[in-house]
Design a protein around this ligand. Sequence first.
Ligand code: SF4
Length: 294
Amino acid sequence: MKVVVAEKCGFCHGVKNAISVAEQVLAEKNDVYSLGPIIHNRDEVEQLANIGLKTVGKVEEIQSGTVLIRSHGAAPEQIAKLREKGLNIVDATCILVKRVQHIASELEKDGYKVVIIGEENHPEVRAVMGCAKDVVVIADESDLHKLPQNAKLGVVCQTTQSPEHFGKMLGAIGRGGFSELKVINTLCKEAIKRQESAVQLCKQVDIMFVLGGLESANTRRLAELCKKYNSETFHLQNWNELDKNILLGKNIAGVTAGASTPEWIIAEFVKNLEAFDNCNDVRANMEPPGKGGG
Ligand code: SF4
């Protein structure tokens, strides 16, 4: 099968940095924890676990050693708790996420009601929420009722949202009742480049694959966008998840991957897909056991 890989896909600077920091710390120390998965990719987290990284959900689960703050960051309250426990903290928060945290806290100091356009349960958003006392998170138009009337609104965006969604939400906020509106663009250019490149590619192929963790916000965004332009879009974590039957009748496939998807997952997927014989391999896959021996 012919396979085209998106010009921009896979690891971004923030994720590369978090992994290299983790590997460095693991090479030097023994008791190393990550507060939440270091990145949103199960396969990469498993690889790091094999060399000693222990992933925990809460500060209370760590008694000693070194704690890595993941690329999505952590709320100041969590960091304070880690300090109180006397743990060694290594911060691998992406600088762009740090920027959103800083902006949220500055907006609040300047008297704005902080509004984040994003997913309330995403770790990046939760960490930003922890940087100001009273934050409103709006995912889509159904959340607009949460905005206070006649207030000074200071709006930021989860880094991996799409510019289209950011713009649409700003338009909707703008139609509401506010006394002042300050907007700071906190979208990540790396995520935007991946979105543009994925959309361009998905329009030219019979079938589109988006590789990456199911919890990864930027990967989900890529899949949502591609699905809009190519209904034959599939979000998979790796090659093992592929149902070969969906390849039937397809000649050209596009592949993209989220900012937290390792290169080896992409390479393995592309190699197997290229080697896939559209007619014979699909038929073999569909035949009941015992009938394929010839
Ligand atoms: S996608 Fe952007 S904001 Fe998120 S970790 Fe990567 S570089 Fe940082």
